[in-house]
Design a protein. Sequence first.
Length: 276
Amino acid sequence: MSENCTHDCSSCGVDCPSRQQPEDMHEAPHALSNIKKVIGVVSGKGGVGKSMVTSLLAVALKRRNLGVGILDADITGPSIPKIFGLRDKATGDENGIYPVRTKTGIDVMSINLLLENETDPVVWRGPIIGGTVKQFWTDVIWHDEDVLFIDMPPGTGDVALTVFQTIKLDGLIIVTSPQELVSMIVEKAVNMAKLMDIPVLGLVENFSYILCPDCGKQIPLFGESHVEEVAEHFGLPILGKLPLDPRLASACDKGMIELAVTDPIEHAADVVEQVK
């Protein structure tokens, strides 16, 4: 350190031991991949329909003629292949691994596309699971993806940390439900995003209401929504409120999500498309 040091490293070219440089742990994707932006879809807890929201966003953007992919990082509870009705297994060669393409051209990589039987349990410890997710980024060839969605496992554990440290995310969408407990759950997700310096694009509330089949009235099945209070508290926009729709559940069960109506998620899709 020079005796004239001002401790302002940004204006100094001297390489000295006191220089503080944050370590960038992000890894590059496969050399043959072409990915313009990466959006993570997260939830503080399971059971809020995060994978369905991810799938609807992918379908909505694919209908806009964008290149779209989904990296299913939920290794122990993968549901993306089922939602899209995928039966083929992922293939590879000396260049790398190739994702499976859906009927409309969405690229998908999931552990269920590698297992011999989709019902085989993944009984792995954290480091192996994290390493698998990392390989989905570094070893899979993602061709011409305008948007790559990462369907995260619920919570803020090992896999989420691996993704945030390995992959440079351009934004996060947090999926919530109407219950009052959601405030605490969302706060955990928001705080983790801040800790990892990842911008939060906004909140999507799932199971927000059901529509009366006779009069079309919105009925708050799970009680009064608290998403407005939560969004205001954290200074986040509400990107959409999705109904509890039996037709949507049926489309997921039948692997026909690409035929679903995406109107409730279109605003969120607009926001994702505008991310630079």
